[in-house]
Design a protein around this ligand. Structure first.
Ligand code: NAI
Length: 509
């Protein structure tokens, strides 16, 4: 098909001019395309056009575009009566209500109106592109074009290829996306596409941790910000999005993946969803809010003044042992050098994917004196420690006091294979790997989508490479062994690259 996505007079139709549609109109017009827009609610499209005009004028005031460019973009936007007026369009993007039947009916209607080589695209966030296309007479020209909210600020657009989408359509939509000054990423249709799929690793694993009572919501958020380097913790994020959005999306992805355990939601989310405790929008969620809608966050407990007499660090994980010993030296701890701990020493272990109990039992250490320290992540901003169920309170406090003695906060969690950050990040990496293994998208594109769409410090592959593929594999396989839950089985993409000792980005023909 000789479709010229670069033609000067490229005309884009946008149907549904709510939060998303109006953003798409703005970036299309700013990108030099003529835009026809419509909405079924009377007056909605005109309101949206006025909104876009204001946004363009504001961009000109800020100097991100010139006044002439803003005026020209505004001049390219036209409100039309309905789908029947989309005849001149080269591409029509649908951003109507998230309802399969409504979308299928709309595209059925459009097929009879537009030219045979007009591309039809959906901005659906949770429906299958393949399913929407299943009712079309010409599914070859249909694809997903998934933008993120707010569109003008979020550079990413996912170009979703359905089973019957033709190659020229993908190519054309990649060009259209670039012309809209977006960063398009190509993938094959999959539940949650790229970003919403990888995002499950962050929010669902955090909920599993909380459900198991390993740490409170605020503590998980603190660890993921300070240790994992995320801008926002998983519960903070769900507070903003609202569980009315996050929970149904999670259930849908889980069901669409035939109950794949990696995507399994849990009761923490569902019971809150059903109780209407949704987050900021209901003034109560994982956090409570004050009258000014500021989250009420109790200050962290001051570190205990306790200090252990002497400390013995297990050499079982040589890298962790070295990192922790170096830190303990800086803190002025009395470090034992024997092959076994003295009878009263605090015993520190540095597990990768194991809990403190497994370390104590398998290494033949006294569980009453054993405390585990997470050394996989940098320990400069916060440290995470946990004891076994038998750890004596005096030893736990001694470890806490010592590790906080330079003023760095310490989070004490309940015994957990993989502490907090190890397991959440390992799940993100594992899901990324499963997407690459299934040939849904290329690793570099998955990383790009995740950093642009979710603002994570790294995409799953880079994150895995920074921590070390072998160590991420170790986190998951230990969790798998300890829990016996297939949710934690390492994906074969990760397993192979960990065994071969190569980057997770290593492609495979
Ligand atoms: P919205 O509720 O803000 O806007 C939807 C608009 O479509 C409304 O103005 C409504 O009057 C109009 N509409 C409904 N049925 C219509 C029809 N048959 N023909 C023409 N107009 C119709 O919804 P929003 O948030 O803009 O979402 C639109 C689509 O974008 C949905 O498929 C949603 O899943 C998807 N999406 C939403 C994101 C978000 O963060 N809000 C992110 C990415 C995708």
């Amino acid at each position: 098909m000789a479709f010229d996505a670069n033609r000067d007079d490229l005309t884009v139709g946008v149907i549904g001019t709510g939060a998303m549609g109006r953003g798409i109109v703005q970036v299309a017009a700013a990108g030099g395309m003529r835009v026809l827009m419509t909405d079924t609610r009377p007056g909605a499209a005109a309101e949206a056009r006025d909104f876009v005009d204001k946004m363009l004028a504001r961009a000109a005031e800020k100097g991100s575009i010139t006044r002439d460019e803003a005026a020209a973009a505004t001049g390219r936007i036209q409100v039309v009566g309905g789908p029947a007026d989309m005849k001149p369009c080269h591409v029509v993007i649908e951003a109507i209500v998230e309802n399969l039947q409504a979308k299928q009916e709309l595209f059925g209607e459009l097929e009879a109106i537009v030219a045979p080589d007009c591309i039809l695209a959906t901005n659906t966030s949770s429906l299958s592109v393949v399913t929407i296309a299943s009712k079309l007479k010409t599914p070859g020209r249909f694809a997903g074009l998934h933008f993120f909210n707010p569109v003008p600020l979020m550079k990413l657009v996912e170009v979703v290829e359905g089973l019957r989408t033709e190659a020229w359509v993908v190519e054309a939509l990649m060009t259209v996306g670039r012309r809209m000054t977006r960063e398009p990423v190509h993938l094959k249709d999959a539940p949650g596409f790229l970003v919403n799929q990888v995002g499950r690793g962050f929010t669902l694993e955090a909920s599993h941790l909380a459900y198991e009572g390993i740490a409170g919501f605020i503590d998980v958020d603190r660890v993921m910000r300070d240790v994992g380097g995320f801008r926002m913790g998983p519960f903070e994020l769900m507070e903003l999005t609202g569980l009315d959005v996050t929970h149904p999306a999670s259930e849908l992805i889980y069901n669409q993946f035939f109950h794949e355990p990696r995507y399994r939601p849990n009761l923490i989310m569902r019971s809150r969803y059903e109780a209407g405790v949704l987050g900021r929008k209901t003034k109560r969620g994982f956090y409570d809010y004050d009258a000014e809608m500021k989250p009420v966050i109790a200050p962290e407990q001051p570190a205990p003044a306790a200090h252990p007499g002497s400390v013995w660090v297990s050499p079982a994980e040589p890298q962790g042992c070295a990192a922790l010993t170096e830190l303990l030296k800086k803190l002025g701890a009395r470090i034992e050098s024997g092959a076994k701990p003295d009878a009263r020493a605090l015993i520190l272990v540095t597990p990768i994917g194991q809990d403190a109990t497994t370390c104590a039992v398998e290494q033949g250490l006294d569980p009453k004196r054993t405390v585990a320290v997470d050394t996989l992540f940098p320990m400069a901003k916060r440290r995470t420690i946990m004891g076994t169920p038998l750890t004596d309170e005096g030893y736990r406090q001694g470890a806490h006091g010592l590790l906080a003695s330079d003023g760095v906060p310490v989070t004490v969690c309940r015994d957990s294979p993989g502490f907090i950050a190890q397991r959440i990040v390992a799940m993100i990496v594992n899901i990324g790997c499963s997407i690459a293994q299934s040939r849904t998208a290329q690793p570099a594109d998955i990383d790009k989508a995740v950093t642009l769409g979710l603002n994570y410090p790294h995409g799953p592959f880079k994150f895995g490479d920074v921590l070390g593929p072998g160590r991420v594999y170790q986190v998951l396989s230990s969790m798998h062994r300890i829990y016996g839950d297939p949710r934690y089985r390492p994906d074969i993409w990760l397993t192979r690259r960990a065994r071969l000792g190569v980057s997770l980005l290593t492609p495979e023909p």
